[in-house]
Design a protein around this ligand. Structure first.
Ligand SMILES: C[S@@+](CC[C@H](N)C(=O)[O-])C[C@H]1O[C@@H](n2cnc3c(N)ncnc32)[C@H](O)[C@@H]1O
Length: 211
């Protein structure tokens, strides 16, 4: 039987974290150095906010944290992050443009409502990843980083190849806090090349920090 209250769940309770998923992000960031102080970060599928809390800690007071989810964020973020309650699939890309035209890092921990049918869940997860990638191609700065949660399925190798073409390096991670029985893993795209945007308006790579 699936163990619901594992050591990461108990650790999260003990440390007052909003969700055990924070330990996945911590491990990935320890290995891949995704965030830096002063970064502008967009967190997709941010609720309740354990990733956001970690991100705010790393980027510090000079950084900018923006977040999107279908559901409300935990009230502890009032005034700390710019939040929009939205469906990512409906985002135009200019939702935070009054704050910044481009982000240094975009992360997505989005997960579909699971049906229990693996193939269906994998297809829905891939759709969310594709929406996040399409958004990133518009508002991630050249050199920026993208992190996507994916439920691996038959079409994920093709999606990975697409990402490989637009990042200096692509890594696949399954942090310890991922449940072993789950097909969940994380794609880490380092150094957005914006190659696929050749000929289109390419975001200005100038300052990577908040205006
Ligand atoms: C695993 S939770 C994220 C946990 C979060 N990273 C944290 O650490 O607290 C996945 C989230 O993705 C959101 N989500 C799923 N589909 C979405 C969509 N189409 N647009 C925006 N958010 C979505 C869900 O509402 C849910 O809150």
């Amino acid at each position: 039987m699936r163990q619901l209250h594992d050591r990461f769940f108990r650790q999260a309770k003990r440390e007052g974290k909003l969700a055990r998923s924070v330990y996945k992000l911590e491990e990935i960031d320890r290995r891949d150095h995704i965030f830096h102080p002063g970064d502008r970060v967009l967190d997709l599928g941010a609720s309740p906010g354990s990733w956001l809390e970690y991100i705010l800690g790393v980027i510090g007071p000079k950084g900018l944290a923006c977040a999107v989810d279908l559901k409300e964020l935990h009230p502890r973020f009032n005034g700390q992050a710019h939040f929009q309650q939205l469906d990512i699939r409906q985002m135009a890309g200019d939702e935070f443009s009054r704050l910044t035209p481009h982000f240094d890092v975009i992360v997505s921990d989005m997960a579909p409502n699971t049906s229990g049918i693996h193939l269906v869940d994998q297809v829905r997860s891939l759709e969310l990843c594709q929406s996040a990638f399409a958004l990133a191609r518009r508002i991630l700065r050249p050199g920026g980083n993208l992190l996507l949660k994916i439920f691996s399925g038959p079409d994920s190798p093709r999606f990975r190849r697409e990402l490989t073409q637009e990042f200096r390096e692509l890594r696949l991670r399954k942090p310890d806090a991922c449940r072993q029985e789950s097909s969940e893993s994380y794609l880490v795209g380092l150094g957005f090349t914006a190659r696929g945007l050749a000929g289109a308006a390419v975001p200005d790579g100038g300052s990577s920090k908040c205006p």
